[in-house]
Write a protein that binds this ligand. Structure first.
Ligand code: ARG
Length: 565
């Protein structure tokens, strides 16, 4: 599509303006009946001191021969309108998609640049609840989006594996736990004894002293303390990994908070050297009052470091290790202040790369019945949500396609896909309400709708059998419905680029729904299988191209495409 825009920009000759000046002014008119591209001439009226109507007419007249791919030019109400040759546009795009297959839409603008993406970043011994859904899937999609644009990506699970709570957990485990139950019941068991610890510690404050002592042992590298903590970590990660597999999520690094224990001091030293670290009631802080922010607390009066201290060390580590072009933190908006402080401290330290750090914030998910609370052990586990979505998908599939093979497998793809797609369908900053019926609506703006359309494409191709692209008659896809699909296909790379620029996978999700709607309109308006060969081949080719782009778009979002549905 950009090629066409470039051709048009070169075609339009206006006094005192270059191709480069014209290019950004070209736009797609809202009503395709007016044309496929327009130049709104009122933008030129001032410089040329002529009316837009006169400019449009003069330029239209000056264009005497039309280059390949453009079939008409006209002036209307101060707009210079171009129509594309639908047939040649269709041929071009369809051939390109079929040739490049799942590489279609890729580009190399990111070559040589690295993007670090901190996502999911779960806490050890805590359940994986619905609140982790967005960070996990948005982060992984951004990974695939940047990768598609040629960037090298580093996916980082910044584990929450440090803190006094682990001292408490060891005390609880030694009092009420045993390894057999832990192996059987996993994180659920750890959460239960942790809740029990808090109940008991209210009555028996000496427990907290024990907990502190155990935490100190972890810090000092005591063998038993490390072994128990290692066990909690292993159990948590094994459970979480099962979910990651279902969500098609993976990481290049699991360096969490504990990893930075020995990497904070040099940063604190540099802060002190730069006179940025000030004492406040015995604690060490960076004063941010000049920026309307509370101080960034880095060392407590008792010498303990904090979440922010570790994040600061992690930022340096990432810069030194990966020399990132950008470092993204896909973390809920509740941590807005934390990241604003972190980035500001780096800026005050004179690190020009502070500008390359981005907090990719997102809103909260709640369930229709209002459930969400993470306190008091009452959590909505993501695994339960996935299982229920899969079960409901299976019921729907049994009803809709009783003869389908591998119903369970398809149900897993559809159920999990529905949840994953839902989390990425809206601008990420919005809070959202999860409803099983909505996300599983086969006619809604949902994964099942998109998957169903992809399966329809595959089924058409199966029916057509082998076809010969060389004998395709592209007049068969030059009608308005086909043209809308062709335009969509042509936009794929632009969509991925804007998703990267704004850190919004929802652009890809929304694009896919649009593409499916347009394709289904095409499918309703055009017969395929029983047409003469030339027409049939062209429509089959368009169908296959759509299937390819849907599958690739879904892959980017972490959603699988079933062969049949
Ligand atoms: N573990 C943290 C939490 O659950 C999220 C960590 C995000 N990443 C970071 N580098 N701070 O709240």
């Amino acid at each position: 599509m950009e090629e066409i825009k470039k051709t048009l920009a070169g075609l339009i000759k206006v006094e005192g303006m270059s191709k480069e000046d014209i290019y950004p002014l070209l736009c797609v008119p809202p009503d395709p009946a007016l044309g496929d591209y327009s130049l709104p001439c009122f933008r030129l009226a001032k410089t040329l001191r002529k009316s837009p109507v006169a400019i449009a007419e003069e330029v239209a007249k000056s264009i005497t021969t039309l280059p390949d791919g453009i079939s008409g030019v006209s002036a209307l109400n101060g707009y210079l309108n171009f129509t594309l040759d639908k047939k040649s546009a269709a041929e071009k795009v369809v051939k390109k998609v079929l040739k490049e297959k799942n590489n279609y839409g890729a580009s190399a603008e990111g070559a040589g640049k690295t993007v670090c993406i901190d996502y999911s970043s779960v806490n050890i011994a805590k359940p994986f609840h619905i609140g982790h859904l967005c960070t996990t899937v948005l982060g992984q999609s951004l990974y695939r989006i940047y990768e598609k644009l040629g960037y090298k990506c580093v996916g980082i699970n910044h584990l929450g594996d440090w803190g006094t709570q682990f001292g408490k957990l060891i005390v609880a485990f030694k009092k009420w736990g045993d390894e057999k139950t832990l192996a059987e019941r996993g994180v659920k068991f750890l959460t239960e004894i942790y809740v029990k610890y808090h109940e008991e510690a209210e009555k028996e404050p000496s427990l907290d002293d024990e907990a502190r002592a155990w935490f100190k042992k972890i810090e000092d590298g005591d063998e038993e303390a490390l072994r128990l903590f290692g066990l909690f970590k292993e159990i948590t990660l094994a459970e979480v990994k099962k979910i990651y597999d279902r969500l098609h999520v993976s990481f290049d690094s699991y360096n969490g908070e504990a990893f930075y224990n020995d990497k904070m001091q040099p940063v604190l030293d540099e802060l002190a050297e730069k006179r940025l670290l000030v004492e406040s009631d015995g604690a060490k802080v960076v004063d941010l009052s000049a920026f309307n922010m509370p101080p960034c607390l880095l060392v407590k009066a008792d010498g303990a470091t904090l979440y922010a201290t570790r994040d600061l060390a992690a930022a340096f580590y990432r810069k030194n290790t990966y020399d990132f072009y950008k470092c993204l933190y896909v973390v809920a908006y509740q941590q807005n202040l934390h990241f604003a402080q972190l980035f500001k401290v780096l800026e005050l330290m004179g690190k020009d790369w502070a500008k390359d750090m981005v907090h990719v914030a997102f809103g909260m998910v709640s369930l229709e019945d209002g459930a969400m609370s993470t306190r008091h052990g009452k959590v909505v586990l993501l695994e339960d949500v996935l299982n229920k979505a899969v079960q409901k998908s299976l019921d729907i599939i049994k009803q809709k396609s009783p003869d389908l093979e591998d119903k369970e497998k398809v149900a897993e793809t559809v159920g999990v896909g529905a949840v994953v797609f839902f989390a990425q369908y809206n601008n990420r900053i919005k809070d959202m309400v999860f409803s099983y019926d909505k996300v599983l609506n086969f006619d809604g703006e949902t994964a099942p709708y998109v998957q169903y359309t992809a399966a329809r494409c595959k089924s058409v191709i199966r029916k057509v059998g082998s076809y010969d692209l060389l004998k395709a008659d592209f007049d068969g896809i030059s009608d308005a419905e086909s043209a809308a699909v062709v335009t969509d296909l042509g936009k794929f790379n632009e969509v991925i680029r804007s998703a990267a620029e704004k850190y919004e996978p929802c652009y890809v999700a929304r694009y896919l729904v649009e593409l499916c709607k347009d394709f289904n309109r095409f499918y309703l308006a055009n017969r395929i299988v029983n047409e003469p060969d030339g027409i049939k081949y062209a429509r089959a080719a368009l169908t296959e191209a759509v299937g390819t782009v849907i599958e690739e778009g879904l892959r980017i979002l972490g959603v699988e495409t079933p062969e049949k549905m």
